[in-house]
Design a protein around this ligand. Sequence first.
Ligand SMILES: CCCNc1ncnc2c1ncn2[C@@H]1O[C@H](/C=C/CNC(=O)c2cc(-c3ccc(F)cc3)cc(O)c2O)[C@@H](O)[C@H]1O
Ligand SMILES: [Mg+2]
Length: 216
Amino acid sequence: MDQSKEQRILNTVSYNAIKGNPESVLDCIDKYCSKSEWAMNVGDEKGLILDKIVEETNPSVVLELGTYCGYSAIRIARLLKPKARLLTIEFNPEFASIAKEIIEIAGVNDKVTILEGHSEDIIPQLKKKYEVEKLDFVFLDHWKERYAPDTILLEECGLLRKGSVLLADNIIYPGAPEFIKYIRNNKHFECTTFLSHLEYMKVEDAMEKAVYLGPE
Ligand SMILES: CCCNc1ncnc2c1ncn2[C@@H]1O[C@H](/C=C/CNC(=O)c2cc(-c3ccc(F)cc3)cc(O)c2O)[C@@H](O)[C@H]1O
Ligand SMILES: [Mg+2]
């Protein structure tokens, strides 16, 4: 059976990237996905916005929803301080195993834990099973219609604190209208929109940053 696109991305990283060098892995994926096969990584343009917000936040505990091939997990993990950690949730077993290998090649596996399963099942386990107290930073890049329900679930599970930062990809294309409606009219969040472009394309896209202001 011929290989999947994600397997081909792993092949090109394994063959061309410098082991232990996260920038080299990111460049390798960006080159492949802009020249050979488009894939839904956050990419190098929106990636720079992600970098800036991660650096400003300087988080100790990060949650990512939707690992895919691990591109944004590597992007985030490479900026984390020594004891900081990233938990990333992925329910497709093939993507989870490919992401694990790519994250290992990048050399950031000591900071990253891939939690295999559905976000709505794993989020309620984060406190007890994964010893999370509060999340400092959450990157939403999974199914767009799940952004809003999973944000509500994070609040309900007491995982957000005053100043917790949510960053959501694709709020223009493919779009996350329910999430935008929920978050922008919500007095518990302070929102900012970062205009950019869809990864590897000239199409407009944006990311939404939402800072949690606390339960009161
Ligand atoms: C019950 C489902 C919700 N819970 C979930 N729990 C855990 N993992 C989940 C997940 N949903 C989805 N995932 C995983 O996240 C990833 C899904 C991401 C969805 N992303 C997109 O659809 C997307 C799509 C585009 C896109 C843009 C233009 C276009 F023409 C076609 C696609 C661009 C992007 O940047 C995107 O992020 C996969 O790895 C999937 O297995
Ligand atoms: Mg995306």
